[in-house]
Design a protein around this ligand. Structure first.
Ligand code: PGA
Length: 266
């Protein structure tokens, strides 16, 4: 079965509203007519509505970078899937290592405050389930730390994360989920994961999906690689059989680099 590639840009805490709209407009021009790759951008919450307006009617979809598992209420600082959809979102990233407090390199100031970024596998699962229930589609992120890789625990860590994060979806939901394999040590470091190894771990994830949801879901589910993807290394990664797309951070902040990555997926 062939899976439609999916390239998503995670803008993280970058771009003002005006800068985000300008980036979206530039990207729109550069990938006009590309219809064989799914493309999404995930701006900051405050820029969502304006960027959503700018890409209306184009081949670019909108995503949020996080969400909470309630529709509304006394949850200071949180954003619901209903609010994301109201701003035009179709997608939401859940469980990014930066919202889990798992950073590639941690400075002293941050180390003492990591509990502030409180996601864990269980809350990631709750977010994904509530996203589905609300009509939003989750990009569910996982990935090992450098220390976990170096101690030979990569496969155990990924398996443990996936078993909890992917638990309890309906088959129909599981068919629509997107998983992002993002080794934490590769995020924002310029140290991209070797393409064969990235493909191997994405294959491991596909096997976990097969055990949980069956062969047809495993064949249909799209698994992105993320971590220092750029316009130079994208083609090699995207050519791998188990890598169906990319979750792109830094290189998604420049329209030409991001457009090159998208075209590499065609
Ligand atoms: P990066 O970030 O491309 O800047 O490494 C990827 C991500 O965190 O999603």
């Amino acid at each position: 079965m062939s899976r439609k590639p999916f390239i998503a840009g995670n803008w993280k805490m970058n771009k003002t509203i005006a800068e985000g709209v300008a980036l979206a407009n530039e990207l729109k021009d550069q990938i006009a007519g590309v219809d064989d790759v799914d493309v999404a951008v995930c701006p900051t919450f405050v820029a969502l509505a304006a960027v959503g307006e700018a890409i209306k009617g184009s081949n670019i979809m909108l995503g949020g970078q996080n969400m909470f598992w309630k529709e509304s209420g006394a949850w200071t600082s949180q954003i619901s899937p209903q609010m994301l959809m109201d701003a035009g979102c179709k997608w939401v990233i859940v469980g990014h290592s930066e919202t889990r407090g798992r950073f590639g390199t941690v400075d002293d100031e941050l180390a003492g405050a990591l509990s502030y970024f409180g996601d864990n596998d269980k809350t990631v699962n709750m977010k994904a389930k509530y996203a589905f229930a609300s009509g939003l589609l989750p990009i569910i992120a996982c990935g090992e730390l450098l220390s976990e890789r170096e101690s030979g625990r990569t496969d155990d860590v990924i398996t443990a994360q996936m078993k909890v994060c992917l638990d309890g979806f309906t088959k129909e939901q599981a068919l629509k989920m997107v998983i992002a394999y993002e080794p934490v040590w590769a995020i924002g470091t310029g140290k991209v994961c070797d393409s064969d190894e990235a493909d191997r771990v994405c294959g491991l994830i596909r096997g976990i999906v097969k055990n949980m949801y069956g062969e047809d879901v495993a064949e249909a589910v799209r698994i992105q690689y993320g971590g220092s993807v750029n316009d130079k290394n994208a083609a090699e990664l995207l050519a791998k059989p188990n890598i169906d797309g990319a979750l792109v951070g830094g290189a998604a902040l420049k329209a030409d680099a991001f457009a090159t990555i998208i075209k590499a997926a065609q």
